[in-house]
Design a protein around this ligand. Sequence first.
Ligand code: SF4
Length: 312
Amino acid sequence: MQELPVVSKVDATSSKIQKPSWLRVKLPIGESYKHVRGLVDTHKLHTICESGNCPNMGECWGEGTATFMILGNVCTRSCGFCAVATGRPEPVDWDEPQRVAEAIHLMKVKHAVLTSVDRDELKDGGSIIWYNTIKAVKNLNPDTTLETLIPDFKGNADQVQRIIEAAPEVVSHNMETVERLTRQVRVQAKYHRSLEVLNLLKKGGMRTKTGMMLGLGETKEEVVQSMRDLVNVGCDVLTLGQYLQPTKKHLTVQRFVHPDEFAELREIGYELGFDYVESGPLVRSSYHSEKHVIKGWGRNKWMEEKAQMIHL
Ligand code: SF4
């Protein structure tokens, strides 16, 4: 499953709604960023952070976090929000796991996010390459923590089990939107199948995570209902961010959600029982991902914030 689309390539003038000031992109900064930038350029490495022109790239690379996409750059699905090409993917590259492991080693990445296109044409759904990549990364980089943002594997429990056996620190699978809009936003996916994947991962002992985009036409009540559904399957980490239209051919933005509404949803998420809620207009599913590994970190911070408010 691809990362959320990051910076809209659609000019604000082509959109019916004007882009608000809070979506202004932050520029990459800092020495660590420059170091990683240099390695990426010298070794011609590929990260989704760059190809997605992510607004948080400076901050993530500064923290030693980077996102890699495996299993090629052509997807068998055609989600209405996603900029990845749909078509017939290239044959599986069995050397890819080692190359990804070496890139992470060269870039001295402390926390990596792995994601992939969907490979519905493969018998194993790509789960063997997933397993091999997690293992190769761990072997070469024993201190690097891993989040794996996986597809739904059409709900195939054996394929999901391969991820569990490879034991990354966090396994994420994005719901992307509320139940009513799933058919429109993720044409070949099913809301309850995705919930079941998260359920299987949790039962397998994984720390689980999901991401949703806001501004696609969902109501606040629908978002809260999805949050309840996610808590019911034991989902630990939730990210909520603003949907931005990558090109004119993609789903249009229905609404720019105000930062105050994101803050309110963060509050609701913690109250419902999530261990970590990341909610804001520029939040993408990998944003602050290195912190999502740490059990209790988000919730403790939220509780400290609440305690400070009481003492003000
Ligand atoms: S499954 Fe959907 S979101 Fe993921 S890469 Fe394919 S088209 Fe994009």
